[in-house]
Design a protein around this ligand. Structure first.
Ligand code: HEC
Length: 154
């Protein structure tokens, strides 16, 4: 075997070993009920955690995001369908807002402009990433109605 072949083999073996580690890690992924489990590294919108079926059946993260939306009564100002009322349409805002910007706005509020701070709302604070994921799903059109339901297979 040449030197290049050896190092290619090493790369392949390393990749295989990493894939194994990743699959072991995801096998331990907490399911329903593990609401405050820490974020796993590569979890993006394509992860099964953020799965959306039929436009309204969602994984537990987005489900908890919806619960936070209800707990915070965001609909009072942003509308039952996030379309905007006295507050802006979050369907539009979430198209461009980063998760950090969102978290900052919801945590601190914009008191001078009528957006309250949710710092003391535990449900909202504990689920800020889930709330972002839920609203992101709404603004991208992946979630087609505001009232979501939990995925049955979870
Ligand atoms: C009492 C009314 C009220 C409630 C309740 C409320 N908001 Fe707001 N929100 C506003 C107003 C008004 C603004 C616009 C502030 C401004 O002009 O910058 C705003 C702005 C925002 C923005 C920034 C939008 C942008 O485009 O800059 C986000 C995100 C947001 N709200 C999310 C939420 C979430 C999530 C909740 C519930 C946890 C919530 N709001 C509850 C009134 C409210």
């Amino acid at each position: 075997m040449t030197r290049t072949q050896t190092s290619r083999l090493a790369v392949v073996l390393f990749a295989a070993a990493s894939a194994l580690v990743i699959s072991i890690a995801s096998a331990q992924e907490p399911g329903k009920g593990a609401e405050n489990a820490p974020e796993k590294g590569a979890a993006g919108t394509t992860s099964p955690l953020y799965k959306v079926v039929d436009g309204f059946k969602v994984g537990w993260r987005m489900m908890n995001g919806f619960r936070a939306w209800r707990a915070g009564a965001c609909d009072r100002c942003h509308g039952a369908n996030q379309q905007g009322l006295v507050g802006p349409s979050l369907l539009e805002s979430l198209k461009t807002m980063s998760k950090e910007e969102f978290a900052q706005t919801v945590t601190e509020g914009r008191l001078d402009k009528g957006m309250p701070s949710f710092k003391t709302s535990k449900t909202v604070m504990d689920n800020i990433d889930n709330l972002y994921a839920y609203l992101k799903g709404r603004s991208s059109g992946q979630i087609t109605r505001a009232r979501v339901e939990p995925l049955e297979e979870e």
